[in-house]
Design a protein around this ligand. Structure first.
Ligand code: DGJ
Length: 705
C-alpha cells in the first residue's frame, strides 16, 4: 500500500480515526467530530524536534523498534536469535463487523501480523493481533501486546487491586514519566490485579471528565501498562505474560492475543460504565442469557459447609422454597471422601456414605418444590489425597522433580493432558446427563505455581484448555447455567463471561465490605452478572453483624441469593429473607435491564447506587450509610439519569426498622413521599435523611406525568 488511507470508525458517543499507510496509527479517539477527514489529517501532522531521530515516528497499533519507537514493542520474539525486531508493512485492509482487519507482513523476518480493530454502536472498541510464522524454523514468541494510544491530556489513572475476600478495590494515581504497570502471574484472572484500568484527565469523576476504560479479556497471566513517553505521548498496552518458551510457532502456525476492550466517554465514569454494560448485554453475554430472569439462589456453603445429610438438605430446600427461592444449590462436600478441604478433589463421584439413596431424591424434592437444582464442581483441581491422584500422579500441572507449594491443600490438573481433559468432561457430563441440573458453580480455589506440561511452561495453554473444557460442557448442555468462581472473585473477566452466566464476586458476604466490592465490580459489569448473597447476620468472613435490612438491600441489585442454613434461622430472619426475595423479584426486570448510576454524594460516608429504566419511567436508588455521617446533616441527594421533563412520585420503599427513632424527625418526604421533576431531582435534590452507620434505605421513583 502506498497512499495512506483514513479509516473512520464511529459509535454513538465516540469516534476513531486511523491512518493506514505502511503501518496503522490511530490519529484520533474521542468525541465524534464532523467534517472532511482529510483536513483532520493535515491538522495532526507532528513537528520533528531536534535531539531526536530525524523523522517523525508514529505510535502504531503495534510499536516497532525498527521504526524507531523506543517504547515497549508490540511484538517480541526471535528465530534462534534472528528476526528479533520485525517491521511490518500493511498489505491490505479488510472490512469486518463494526471495524477493520489490517493485514501486514515482514518479508525479511518471515512473519505476518493481522490487527483487528472495531468500534461498535455501544462505543466499545475491541482490538487484538494475530502473529503468524511464514517461514521455516520455529519462531519463539516472547510478547504479543495490544496497544492503544491515549491523548496527552490523560494524566490520572484509576486502577484495581485486591485479595481474597477483598476484591475490586480501587486506587487513583497520577500518570507521569515512568508510567504504571501491573502484572498478574497467578495463573487465573486474579484477585490481585483485575485486568482493567481507567485513564483520564485529572480529577475525572463519576459524572464528569474524559475517561478511557480498558478491560483485557483473559483469565490467566497478564501485564497492563500505561506509559508516558519522553515526547509526552501516552499509550496503553495489554498482553498475556508468556513464560519462557511457552509460545513457539512452527511454519504456518499463529498465536492470537486476547481481545482488549476499551471505551471512551466524555461523561465521566458513569458514561464509560454504561457503555461497557450495554456491550456486555449486547455482545458478550449470549442472547438467551440476557432474556432469562435470573433465579434467586439458596447456596448451602455457609449453611452447612462439608456437613451433608440429604434429609437435612431437603429440609433446607423446603424452607428455601417457602421463602421464594427459585434455585437450590448444593455446594462443596457432596462427592466421595470430601469431608474437609484436604481431600477428594478429582473424585467426582457421589459420596454414597453421605447420600446412600443417591442424589435423585434430593433433586426431585427440590424440583417438586418448584425450584431448579444446582451443583458445585472444581474441575481443574486435585488433592493428593484422592483416588484420582493415586491413579494418575502424573496428571499434575507441574515440573517433575520439584515440589510446589499447595494452595488450600490442592494442586492443579494439567488440562493439556488429553486423558485428564476427557476424564473431567466425562465426569461433568455424567452428572449433567444423569440429574436434572440447571446450574453448576465452577470453582477454582488455587493459584497456579510453576505450571508445566511435559516439563515446558504451560500457563497460556492451560487457560485456553480451561475455555475449551467449559465450551465442550456448554455445547453438550446448552441449557445449564454456569457460574464462574475462583475463591470468590478470582476469575472475573469478559472472556469467561462469553461462556458463563454469572460471577461469584467474593467470598465476603459482609454487607459493608460487599458495598465496596460490588461498586468496584460495577465499573465494567452490569449488576445481573454479579452473584450477591444475603449471608447470616453474623458474617463468617469478618465476624461483623448486620441487620437483615442492610444485608437484604446490599444483595438486592445483583443476581441475588441467600447463603446460610434457613432451618436454623429465626422466624424473624426468615420473614426478612422472604421480604427481600419478594422485593428483588418485583424489581428484577428493572434492576437487570436498566442503566446503572453511581451517584456522587455530598458526604463520603454515603454510597449511592441507582438503576433507571431504559425509558426513564422508573428508578430505584439505594442510599447506603457506610460509616458515621461526617456532619449532623447529610446534605442533599441529587438523582441523575431521570428525564428532566417528567414528574416522578418519590417514595421510600425500604428502610431500617429504627429509621424514625434515631432522630427527632426525618425529612418529611421520607414518610409521605413527594412529587418531583427529573430536573429538580438532578439539580436541587432531596434532603438526605439521617442514617446509622451500616444501614441503608431504598427509594423508588415512578413517572406520573
Ligand atoms: C470457594 C468459593 O468461593 C465458595 O463460595 C465455596 O464454593 C467454596 N470454595 C467451596 O469450597
Amino acid at each position: 500500500m502506498t497512499e495512506p488511507v483514513l479509516i473512520n470508525l464511529t459509535g454513538k458517543q465516540s469516534q476513531i480515526i486511523v491512518e493506514v499507510g505502511e503501518f496503522a496509527e490511530i490519529l484520533y479517539w474521542g468525541k465524534p467530530v464532523q467534517g472532511a477527514l482529510e483536513n483532520y489529517r493535515k491538522s495532526l501532522y507532528r513537528p520533528v524536534p531536534f535531539g531526536r531521530l530525524d523523522k517523525d515516528v508514529s505510535m502504531t497499533l503495534s510499536p516497532e523498534l525498527g521504526r524507531g519507537v523506543f517504547s515497549s514493542p508490540g511484538v517480541e520474539g526471535h528465530r534462534d536469535g534472528l528476526d528479533w525486531a520485525p517491521v511490518f508493512v500493511v498489505q491490505q485492509i479488510v472490512e469486518i463487523d463494526t471495524g477493520v482487519r489490517i493485514e501486514s507482513v515482514d518479508e525479511l523476518a518471515g512473519l505476518s501480523l493481522t490487527t483487528e480493530l472495531c468500534l461498535d454502536a455501544d462505543d466499545v472498541v475491541k482490538t487484538r493481533h494475530t502473529l503468524t510464522n511464514l517461514k521455516a524454523g520455529v519462531y519463539q514468541v516472547n510478547r504479543l501486546a495490544n496497544t492503544l494510544p491515549l491523548p496527552a491530556r490523560v494524566n490520572e489513572l484509576m486502577t484495581f487491586f485486591g485479595r481474597w475476600v477483598h476484591e475490586f478495590q480501587t486506587a487513583r494515581q497520577p500518570l507521569i514519566h515512568g508510567g504504571y504497570q501491573q502484572e498478574n502471574r497467578r495463573g487465573r484472572t486474579s484477585h490481585e490485579h483485575y485486568p482493567a484500568l481507567i485513564a483520564g484527565q485529572q480529577h475525572f469523576d463519576e459524572l464528569q471528565g474524559d475517561v478511557w476504560g480498558f478491560h483485557f479479556a483473559w483469565s490467566g497471566n497478564h501485564r497492563m501498562r500505561a506509559d508516558v513517553k519522553a515526547d509526552g505521548r501516552r499509550l496503553l498496552q495489554a498482553e498475556v505474560i508468556y513464560f519462557a518458551g511457552e509460545v513457539s510457532l512452527a511454519q504456518g502456525e499463529s498465536v492470537t492475543s486476547p481481545w482488549l476492550y476499551a471505551s471512551y466517554s466524555d461523561k465521566g465514569l458513569n458514561g464509560m460504565s454504561q457503555q461497557f454494560h450495554a456491550h456486555v448485554r449486547h455482545r458478550i453475554l449470549p442472547k438467551e442469557f440476557v432474556a432469562k430472569p435470573r433465579p434467586i439462589h439458596l447456596n448451602t456453603w455457609e449453611g452447612i459447609y462439608f456437613n451433608h445429610d440429604p434429609e437435612y438438605i431437603m429440609s433446607m430446600a423446603t424452607q428455601a422454597a417457602a421463602m421464594g427461592v427459585e434455585r437450590f444449590i448444593i455446594d462443596d462436600g457432596w462427592f466421595k471422601g470430601r469431608n474437609d478441604d484436604k481431600a477428594a478433589l478429582g473424585d467426582w463421584f457421589l459420596d454414597e456414605r453421605k447420600y446412600p439413596q443417591g442424589l435423585t431424591p434430593v433433586v426431585e424434592h427440590v424440583n417438586q418444590l418448584g425450584m431448579e437444582f444446582g451443583l458445585w464442581f472444581e474441575p481443574e483441581m486435585i488433592n493428593k489425597n484422592s483416588d484420582l491422584y493415586r491413579q494418575h500422579p502424573d496428571w499434575l500441572l507441574a515440573v517433575e522433580g520439584y515440589e510446589q507449594p499447595t494452595g488450600r491443600n490442592q494442586y492443579v490438573i494439567d488440562l493439556q493432558n488429553q486423558e485428564a481433559f476427557d476424564y473431567l468432561f466425562e465426569r461433568l457430563d455424567h452428572f449433567l446427563s444423569t440429574y436434572n441440573i440447571a446450574y453448576i458453580k465452577w470453582d477454582m480455589n488455587r493459584e497456579v505455581v510453576q505450571p508445566a506440561h511435559g516439563g515446558m511452561a504451560a500457563a497460556h495453554k492451560q487457560t485456553q484448555r480451561y475455555y475449551q473444557l467449559v465450551d465442550k460442557v456448554r455445547a453438550k448442555h446448552p441449557n445449564v447455567d454456569i457460574e464462574s468462581c475462583a475463591a470468590g472473585g478470582g476469575r472475573i473477566d469478559y472472556e469467561v463471561l462469553k461462556r458463563t452466566h454469572r460471577f461469584w464476586a467474593s467470598d465476603n458476604n459482609d454487607a459493608l465490605e460487599r458495598q465496596t466490592i460490588q461498586r468496584g465490580m460495577s465499573y465494567f459489569f452490569p449488576p445481573e452478572v454479579m452473584g450477591s448473597h444475603i449471608g447470616a447476620s453474623h458474617c463468617h468472613s469478618t465476624r461483623r453483624r448486620h441487620s437483615i435490612e442492610f444485608r437484604g438491600l446490599t444483595a438486592l441489585f445483583g443476581h441475588m441469593g441467600i447463603e446460610l442454613d434457613p432451618v436454623k434461622e429465626s422466624q424473624e430472619e426468615k420473614q426478612g429473607f422472604e421480604h427481600y426475595v419478594k422485593l428483588h423479584t418485583a424489581l428484577r426486570p428493572l434492576l437487570h435491564s436498566g442503566t446503572t448510576w453511581r451517584i456522587p454524594s455530598e458526604d463520603k460516608a454515603h454510597q449511592i447506587h441507582a438503576v433507571v429504566s431504559q425509558d426513564k419511567s422508573q428508578a430505584v436508588v439505594l442510599v447506603s450509610q457506610l460509616a458515621m455521617p461526617t456532619y449532623s446533616l447529610s446534605g442533599h441527594l441529587r438523582i441523575v439519569g431521570l428525564d428532566p421533563e417528567s414528574t416522578y412520585q418519590v417514595s421510600v420503599i425500604d428502610k431500617p426498622e429504627n429509621f424514625n427513632h434515631i432522630v427527632a424527625c426525618q425529612p418529611e418526604w421520607t414518610a409521605s413521599g413527594c412529587k418531583m421533576s427529573g430536573e429538580w431531582c438532578q439539580n436541587v435534590g432531596l434532603t438526605m435523611p439521617i442514617l446509622d452507620a451500616e444501614s441503608a434505605i431504598l427509594i423508588e421513583l415512578k413517572r406520573v406525568s
